[in-house]
Design a protein around this ligand. Structure first.
Ligand code: SF4
Ligand code: SF4
Length: 132
């Protein structure tokens, strides 16, 4: 009992073991699986990344302003929702042009889902995909 009380008392003067994230930054381990990045000029528009994505965080949707990439025959535009993404890396493993058309960076996702309401915008993107 006395030992426990001594330990509890001494803990009052120690640095906390936790950090106040997101106010305080965290050290990322090497190989941290962060945001998915896209290189449109190397994409062959096979849509494999979209097909394998478990939560549907990558979608290709029709656009009135398609890229100049000759492989983009259907006039699609890449869309990515970092708030839906589970950072599994399946899209990069499926991509025939990894590191050029699609890669997983070590960048941390943005937080603040409620503030930005990204998923409201995503509903519009999903309905565009249905019209493909
Ligand atoms: S990392 Fe996983 S969840 Fe995120 S876009 Fe790629 S396949 Fe989808
Ligand atoms: S899998 Fe790669 S090449 Fe295919 S559509 Fe996705 S990013 Fe483009």
């Amino acid at each position: 009992m006395i030992t426990s009380m001594k330990k509890a008392f001494s803990n009052l003067f120690k640095k906390p073991q936790t950090i106040s994230y997101p106010k305080d930054p965290i050290d990322k381990p090497s190989g941290y699986r962060g945001l998915i990045e896209y290189g449109e000029e190397h994409c062959i528009y096979c849509l494999k990344c979209e097909k394998v994505c478990p939560p549907g965080a990558i979608l290709f949707v029709p656009t009135s302003n398609p890229s100049d990439n000759p492989k983009n025959k259907k006039g699609l535009q890449y869309e990515y929702n970092e708030h839906l993404c589970i950072y599994c890396g399946e899209c990069v493993r499926a991509c025939p042009k990894p590191e050029e058309a699609l890669w997983q960076s070590e960048k941390k996702p943005n937080i603040g889902v409620r503030k930005n309401e990204p998923n409201n915008h995503w509903k519009d993107i999903e309905s565009l995909k249905r019209s493909r």
